[in-house]
Ligand binder design. Structure first.
Ligand SMILES: NC(=O)c1ccc[n+]([C@@H]2O[C@H](COP(=O)([O-])OP(=O)(O)OC[C@H]3O[C@@H](n4cnc5c(N)ncnc54)[C@H](OP(=O)(O)O)[C@@H]3O)[C@@H](O)[C@H]2O)c1
Length: 332
């Protein structure tokens, strides 16, 4: 497993990270979740991503249990805040109150004194940026959070956060966590150029488009049993990728992957890592063998001709509009 710097910071992360959205505490039993974390550790993955909201807070608990006993200095634990974690009007968003309450709850569930990266899961239009960044900075000064980042923020929002931090002498964000894969490329025109200039790294999610880029979903066919597309919660999230147009184009990628000696999943993960502004690709898994397969994408270099052929095959299904990066106008 190769490691990269998280943006311009001194922190190193495994270029393939493991995340537990939709799986731990939800789609998969605890035993399978713990086996997936074990497989990740065996493959040299040191970076683990979760969020307070995943599985109604249960995902952090399962990850905390699975990582219990692992040398703390050998792993990087990331979590996030923004989406609702309770019924109250203040159980959501990026206010000082919710940040302080939710950060402490996350630490308890994760069984750790600090998280390596604390991320604003979306932009909160109802809280002044100064309030959020000052609360994050306080957590950093208290040693409860080592680095701060954001997720799915637009270029102008990231730029504003950097400006406020510089003006007020607050800790600076080191990362952004956007969706990024061969189909979803909306960060390429605005977010990445800004982040390259400012030393902010991308920790990208859904590198295999939730499974759609593995080739296991056939155009016109029923989804395989036990897959995300058959899961009560997961099916809603993966739906947009399961069009016949996308799925038949993915089938056409299979010979390109085979020529490169890769599985389709490995090709997809490796594709995201060709971008030097990407610090890590976060993979999800419902079974340990998926972790073992996908982790092998570390260190793979794809030649420019292959990259062009991928673009040719996917053509019109590639999404590039930066306006597709959006946070809710009001707190959910
Ligand atoms: N910041 C955000 O807003 C945000 C949003 C979403 C995710 N994330 C982060 O990104 C992480 C990864 O997201 P993701 O789970 O969507 O990533 P992904 O790696 O694109 O998809 C993972 C899913 O694909 C299927 N899969 C994985 N490897 C496979 C293989 N080799 N062959 C066949 N199927 C395979 C599995 O689902 P099945 O086996 O069930 O089909 C697995 O759960 C999350 O855990 C979370 O940490 C962040």
């Amino acid at each position: 497993m190769e490691h990269r710097h998280l943006g311009r910071s001194g922190l190193k992360v495994s270029e393939i990270a493991y995340g537990n959205w939709l799986t731990h505490g939800s789609q998969v039993e605890e035993e399978a979740a713990i086996a997936c974390v074990g497989a990740a550790l065996d493959e040299g993955i040191t970076t683990f991503d979760t969020a307070d909201v995943y599985a109604g807070t249960r995902a952090e608990e399962v990850l905390g249990k699975a990582l219990n006993g692992v040398r703390r200095e050998s792993i990087e634990v990331f979590t996030k805040i923004y989406w609702p974690t309770g019924p109250g009007v203040n159980d959501r968003g990026l206010s000082r109150k919710h940040i302080m309450e939710s950060a402490h709850a996350s630490l308890r569930r994760l069984r750790t004194d600090y998280v390596d990266l604390y991320q604003a899961h979306r932009y909160d239009y109802e809280t002044p940026l100064e309030e959020t960044l000052r609360a994050f900075d306080d957590l950093v000064r208290q040693g409860k959070v080592l680095y701060i980042g954001v997720s799915e923020w637009r270029a102008e929002q990231i730029a504003a956060a950097l400006r406020v931090a510089a003006d007020l002498g607050l800790d600076r964000i080191v990362s952004n966590q956007p969706q990024y894969n061969m189909i979803w490329r909306v960060i390429e025109t605005e977010v990445i150029p800004l982040c390259e200039k400012e030393g902010v790294g991308q920790i990208v999610w859904s590198p295999i488009a939730q499974g759609a880029l593995t080739g296991k979903y056939q155009p016109g066919g029923a989804p395989p049993a036990g897959s995300r597309a058959t899961d009560a919660t997961g099916s809603g999230f993966i739906q947009n990728y399961l069009t016949d147009d996308i799925l038949s184009r993915v089938q056409q990628l299979a010979p390109l992957a085979a020529d490169a000696g890769l599985s389709l999943a490995q090709l997809a993960v490796a594709w995201t890592l060709q971008n030097p502004n990407v610090s890590a690709a976060i993979i999800g898994a419902s079974r340990p063998d998926q972790v073992r397969e996908n982790a092998k994408a570390s260190g793979v270099r794809l030649d420019p001709q292959l990259m062009r052929r991928i673009d040719d095959v996917l053509g019109p299904v590639i999404q590039t509009d930066p306006a597709l990066t959006a946070s809710p106008p009001h707190r959910p």
